[in-house]
Every structure is written in C-alpha cells, then in structure tokens.
Design a protein around this ligand. Structure first.
Ligand SMILES: [Zn+2]
Length: 131
C-alpha cells in the first residue's frame, strides 16, 4: 500500500485516515461547520481553514433504499443515508442488518470496513446503547 503524499486531495486524505482506523471529517475553523464530502473550501463560508477531526460515528438512519438482488448474488441489500451527530449526511450500508429491519430514525454507529483489497469504507451497525 502506497503512502499518501502530503499534497493529496481531501478525498485521499479521508481514505488515508480510514486506512489508519480513524473516522475523521473536516470541520471549518472559521464557522465551525462540518463538511462532507471532503473539500478544499468550506461550502458555508468559503474558508480554507478546514481541520480534520475525529467524529463519534453516532448517527441516525435518514432514509433507505432497498436494492433487489437474487439470493445467489447475495440477496436484497439496502443503501442508507445516515445523518451523523455532527449534522452531515453520508451514504452507506448496514452490512449486518437485514434490509427490512432498517427503520428510519434508528440509531447507528459507524465502523470502518476493510473488505478484501477494496479501500476501507465507513459502514454502520445498529447502536444498541441508544433508544
Ligand atoms: Zn466555514
């Protein structure tokens, strides 16, 4: 695996943190807005003072879409949109939860998934500790 050069773009930086086992998002040092997808400029105030901060990974399912798939190809699976505590939304999956068991508003917690040779991604699991 190649080291990420320091001048790498914000997307590469995001993935490099995931590689290191850290879920970080950018926060604007000027207006405090959280930023996702990774960017060079704050979308709220256009500041360049974006700082990578660790996030709790806690969020709630905002919406879900079930994609039909034949059982021999892995069965139906769901794509979810999760709103993090920080207020940003990201598209992801709940790999350990059956699509029909995913409810809008359910509490979830992020986990970094390393699947084979694929780059690490953020997935979610039900967060049993919260109502
Ligand atoms: Zn800002």
């Amino acid at each position: 695996m190649n080291a990420v050069p320091s001048q790498a773009g914000p997307d590469a930086q995001f993935r490099a943190y995931l590689e290191a086992g850290e879920f970080r998002l950018q926060q604007c040092g000027d207006c405090n807005a959280w930023v996702f997808f990774p960017r060079l400029l704050c979308p709220t105030c256009a500041s360049r003072a974006l700082v990578w901060r660790k996030v709790t990974g806690r969020g709630r399912v905002y919406s879900r879409a079930v994609l039909k798939r034949k059982p021999e190809r892995g069965g139906d699976h769901a794509i979810v949109l999760v709103t993090l505590e920080e207020g940003v939304r990201l598209m992801s999956r709940l790999p350990t939860t059956a699509p029909e068991a995913i409810a809008i508003g359910m509490p979830v917690i992020a986990r970094i998934e390393h699947a084979g040779d694929d780059p690490p991604t953020v997935v979610f699991m039900p967060d049993e500790d919260r109502p």
